[in-house]
Design a protein around this ligand. Structure first.
Ligand code: PLP
Length: 384
């Protein structure tokens, strides 16, 4: 897959213009709640910071540019962005959700929104016949996460877009794992892209944020209204942090991927590892689809230790650089135990079906020197 070098320039300049009064090259943090009006209704486009704020506006422009959308909307967290997207639907709507979604997404749907009568159907979207059997004229939305978390399944976004169009449903893609650098779902037929900006967009494990990108004017109006009326907006400081982070997004993603590819090979070849889930390995079942719809394989992978839970405990004790923590997408390498950490809220039966076993670990590969990362994994594996 060819890296799109124009993204290096795009990421640095997206959304940022020199500030007109002083020429400041960086968008200032407009830490204000309100804006003075000359006479009632006479203002410069800003009235109240829940509705709009200049720092947020710059961020939202950058977000739109990165995903090739017409508009970007930012939220106080990834889940706040997801809530806003569900809130454009009528209560009781049916939503088809890929079965292997981020734990918090499943929890939001199963516990919070199910109480409002929404009908969420979780389905393995790699199995088209299952999707077809769940699809009906009252399907209002199809919710895809690709690659999925933590099993790294790749879902055919173009195909899901055909299904969505055939029943008049809205196609949403959670693009957190790829970031806009490696995948642009709007180009593949998605109506709405969402991101947990906490992850790769933020990239430094120091903020919580969410983003929505889209091109359809009607959907934009609805979402903008939920953002304004619901109020789950990020503060100007978080917006500034994200604007700053986005400048290095393309450089970071390239390094995340380069490191991840080497570690996936190391894990695959180690006798204490039973399975590796990384779409960049040719033996991954979705390798060809991944090559078609993604421009890079990103820095996320999972693998299973032969020694199960006992092996996990020993392995984790030996790691020096990889830190045991939830979250992902930061410059530092993290390891996570999905069964007991990020995916503990997934019903037990579903966890079993998905393959989230006691021996499964997920890596968020950082941008450290690859030889250091490889040595860290190697010594912990050799200890088993
Ligand atoms: C973290 C994450 C979310 C939720 O985002 P928050 O910023 O934690 O609210 C949603 N989807 C994916 C894929 C994630 O990794």
């Amino acid at each position: 897959m060819e890296f799109d070098h124009s993204l290096l320039t795009k990421a640095v300049h997206a959304g940022t213009e020199p500030e007109p009064i002083t020429g400041a090259i960086m968008t200032p943090i407009f830490q204000t709640s309100t804006y003075v009006q000359k006479s009632p209704g006479e203002h410069k486009g800003f009235e109240y910071s829940r509705a709009d704020n200049p720092t947020r506006k710059a961020l939202e422009e950058a977000l739109a540019i990165l995903e090739g959308g017409r508009w970007g909307l930012s939220f106080s967290s990834g889940l706040a962005a997801e809530q806003a997207v569900i809130q454009i639907l009528n209560p009781g709507s049916r939503v088809l959700v890929c079965d292997d979604v981020y734990g918090g997404t499943g929890r939001l749907f199963r516990t919070l929104f199910a109480r409002y009568g929404f009908d969420f159907r979780f389905v393995d979207m790699r199995d088209f016949s299952r999707v077809e059997s769940c699809l009906s004229s009252d399907t209002a939305m199809i919710w895809v996460e690709s690659p999925s978390n933590p099993m790294m399944k790749v879902i055919d976004i173009r195909k899901m877009s055909e299904y969505a169009k055939s029943v008049g449903a809205i196609l949403v893609v959670d693009n957190t794992f790829c970031s806009p650098i490696f995948q642009n779902p709007l180009e593949l037929g998605a109506d709405i892209v969402i991101h947990s900006a906490t992850k790769y967009l933020g990239g430094h494990s120091d903020l919580i944020g969410g983003a929505v990108m889209l091109t359809d004017p009607e959907l934009y109006e609805k979402l903008k209204y939920v953002q304004f009326a619901g109020g789950a907006v990020p503060g100007p400081f978080e917006c500034f942090m994200l604007l700053r982070s986005i400048k290095t997004l393309a450089v970071r993603m390239r390094q995340h991927e380069e490191n991840a590819m080497k570690l996936a090979q190391l894990l695959r070849d180690h006798p204490r590892v039973s399975r590796v889930f990384y779409p960049g390995l040719p033996e991954h079942p979705d390798y060809h689809l991944a090559q078609k719809q993604m421009r890079g394989f990103s820095g996320m992978m999972s693998f299973e230790l032969k020694d199960g839970w006992d092996g996990v405990l020993k392995f984790l004790k030996r790691l020096n650089i990889f830190a045991l923590a939830e979250s992902l997408g930061g410059v530092e390498s993290l390891v996570n135990h999905p069964e007991r950490m990020t995916h503990a809220s997934v019903p037990v039966e579903m966890r079993k079906t998905l393959g989230i076993t006691p021996g499964l670990l997920r890596l968020s590969v950082g941008i450290e020197y690859i030889e250091d990362l490889a040595a860290d994994l190697q010594s912990a594996l050799d200890y088993l």
